[in-house]
Design a binder for this molecule. Sequence first.
Ligand code: DSN
Length: 424
Amino acid sequence: MSETFYGSDFGALEAFDPEIAGVLVSELDRLRGGLQLIASENMSSPAVLTSLGSTLSNKYAEGYPGRRYYGGCSEVDKAESLAIERAKALFEADHANVQPHSGASANQAVYGAFMSPGDTILAMSLPHGGHLTHGTKMSFSGKWFNAVHYGVDKDTEDIDYDEVERLAKEHRPKVILAGGSAIPRLIDFEFFRRVADEVGAIFWVDAAHFIGLVAGKAIPSPVPHADVVSFTTHKVLRGPRSGAIVCKEEHRAAIDKAVFPMMQGGPQMHTIAAKATNFKECATPEYQAYAKQVIANARVLAETLGEKGIRPTTGGTDTHLSLHDLQQVLVTGADAEARCDAAGITLNKNAIPFDPQKPNIASGIRVGTPCVTTQGMGEDEMRTIGGLIARAVVDGDADPEHAVSKEVRAEVTDLVTRFPAYAR
Ligand code: DSN
């Protein structure tokens, strides 16, 4: 086997642990062999993967650059300082903390910085597109804090801004949170800022999904409006699987103390180095063109599915993802996901607003274009992909041996051969 795993000695792994080496190879084959349409996934560059596979993983470095609790931090200090400075420049932010291990860890730190147990947060409800960490009962956020939720308007299926204002005035939350994991439309940050000011709340944006579009200057930034912005680094942004926070100068100390020592211990220095590399990539004209193409592709994909009876909620998208209602084609989200999987298309079932189904069945699917755009596909390919999804969902089957699964898979293979992931 001669496969290159960036930044690491694959031969050594293969010799010592062929089972795990086999998983690395078969996962790469899986990525290369099908269409990846999960809106929260992407394909990091070899440069980013090299930092992730480096010896920086070995280092304990609790603290911050120049203020560590361990010796031997001179080199990792350089990596973290570069990541901080690059994040500040990329997002035009006063301060950046690049240590959160993930989006959920970043969000924990924001709660830790601004809220005490029992305080009230106003956030978007999960079934309407929010996130687990935005006050759902299963998460620490709903167990320890008093979460009040707004949703979407029944007609527009976009954020119900009147409800946001009404609930803010009624509950006077400590924090107002905008953002979520299934919001196809742009968020009116100026509106949220005004309401937060009127009720004396901190305005927090969880930009995990769309921060890459902000980095690529393809959509407006929440940074000038929000007190604090948390995000992941592995979605459209295309960095390592991790998180980060940017905030106003006045919140610097609160955020830093909340990340460490309140919520986390030793930072993952290899991942922080990879974030630095990713932020440098995002500052290039190539990345900006990529971010714009992600949106152009998402629009065409949403429109094509809509033409096939798979209606996009809100009528379309302004971002990298669209959410589709399958009720017209009489297929559940769970069945659609399984049928697409059998046809070589990876996407996820998703609750739609006012969904009559349970979340593990769902009436919708969510599709996103970060991966296929990384592979170089454009609007023409999105029309093809929309047609393939519709065939798999409406006429297909969860059995990979079904005739439709096979037909669609053959066309998927043609596409990914012309637009390879991790080209050899
Ligand atoms: N799990 C992520 C997503 O798929 O949107 C959000 O955390």
